[in-house]
Write a protein that binds this ligand. Structure first.
Ligand code: MD3
Ligand code: FE
Length: 217
């Protein structure tokens, strides 16, 4: 796995590469579709604006979040869970745009996961200084389905750990248009994001947006 990772860091040319069992980086897979994705995103955040959720410990998360699709991930003082309604509006989460679902399904298929049917899309917004500390994604019922992530805007350093929190982390730069599919033995690996650096992106300004597609219910 280490050898594969270094190949990506040294040679960003190849369109696709393995990050280890179950994790596939599809470099630039979304690039040709980012204008459509961002137009659809505008519609979603009009109905369900980004907000900073509270952790169960009462801390304000530095990542701002919203969701689309039948289920959305929420956190508050009572814990983490998926809900059908946005707690801020009491309305259902905005529907998942076709452009989102199609791209997630195409990426999953490309990575060997046929018939991926996401029912949740968590949308994360990073501004300079925003980070996401090391965690596992285990609030979804179906751990057999992969998670598909799409990176838009400013680049970031993604931390890819092991199955134990203390395992060594690999560092993977993720850039605008990159898509990663995480499934099988990678599904429960610890991961996080280093603080976003200052910068300017032509489409998104000083932000990074990450879409993650999940089978939550
Ligand atoms: C590896 N988001 O929302 S996406 C998250 O860039 C989250 O916003 C990060 O971690 C972000 O939970 C990372 C890449 C990712 C997502 C889920 C994973 C990597 C993963 C699940 C298992 C292993
Ligand atoms: Fe995660």
């Amino acid at each position: 796995m280490t050898q594969d990772l270094f190949e990506i860091l040294d040679h960003p040319g190849p369109p696709s590469a393995s990050l280890g069992p179950g994790a596939v980086l599809l470099r630039g897979f979304a690039t040709s579709r980012t204008t459509a994705l961002l137009a659809a995103l505008e519609q979603v955040i009009e109905q369900a604006p980004f907000r900073h959720m509270l952790t169960p410990g009462g801390l304000r998360m530095s990542v701002a979040m919203t969701n689309c699709g039948p289920l959305g991930w929420v956190s508050d003082r009572t814990g983490y869970r998926y809900t059908a309604a946005d707690p801020q509006s009491a309305l259902p989460w905005p529907s998942m745009p076709d452009e989102f679902r199609d791209l997630a399904q195409d990426a999953a298929a490309q990575a060997g996961f046929a018939n991926f049917q996401p029912d949740a899309c968590l949308i994360n917004r990073y501004v300079p200084g925003t980070r996401l500390s090391l965690h596992q994604d285990r609030d979804e019922r179906d751990h057999d389905a992969p998670i598909v992530s799409i990176s838009l805007g400013l680049p970031v350093v993604f931390l890819f750990g092991g199955l134990q929190r203390a395992d060594k982390n690999l560092r993977v730069p993720l850039m605008h248009g990159d898509v990663v599919v995480w499934g099988g033995p990678a599904r429960l690996r610890f991961h996080g994001v280093l603080p976003l650096k200052e910068g300017h992106h032509s489409l998104l300004g000083s932000q990074r947006i990450n879409l993650t597609f999940r089978k939550a219910g």
